[in-house]
Design a protein around this ligand. Structure first.
Ligand code: RB5
Length: 154
């Protein structure tokens, strides 16, 4: 398993915590920054991570900003990405089991490092259950493909 992680200036502390966790879990990861605490723009981090997950360079992505909202909105614009903004362990489990999410977003101004670790651990170790949920995801993928082909026609 390979994970790509990034944050804006609002998510640096939790990003460092999660990088430690990935090391403890012996998970291969790539850290795309940001490197300094001065203000940066979350789409500059969310979109590269999302593109790399979508094209198969990594299995999963983890994005952290102040609220997690900007990161999740931006990541979900990339075709093939199912990014969930998660601030509790139950949702972390459910969004892997039911939504097969491939990016996890969290907000450092919303939750503390301990909960972020538990959410991440749960999210990374929970499998997609498939079945009827597969069908639902196919409908999202179909919509993405239809939207893309209608754009090509214009
Ligand atoms: C940055 O101040 C903040 O807007 C950002 O980290 C994030 O919360 C956006 O959704």
């Amino acid at each position: 398993m390979k994970v790509i992680i990034a944050s804006d200036h609002g998510g640096i502390n939790i990003r460092k915590e999660i990088i430690n966790l990935l090391g403890e879990m012996s998970i291969i990861y790539e850290d795309l920054g940001c490197e300094c605490s001065s203000s940066v723009d979350y789409p500059d981090y969310a979109i590269p991570v999302a593109k790399r997950v979508a094209n198969g360079e990594a299995d999963f992505g983890i994005l952290i900003c102040g609220t997690g909202i900007g990161m999740s909105i931006a990541a979900n614009k990339v075709k093939g990405i199912r990014c969930a903004l998660v601030h509790d362990v139950f949702s972390a489990k459910m969004t892997r089991e039911h939504n097969d999410t491939n990016i996890l977003a969290m907000g450092e101004r919303v939750i503390g490092p301990g909960l972020a670790r538990e959410i991440t651990k749960t999210w990374l170790t929970t499998q997609f259950v498939g079945g009827r949920h597969e069908n639902r995801i196919c409908k999202i993928t179909e919509y993405e493909n239809v939207s893309e082909s209608s754009l090509e026609r214009k």
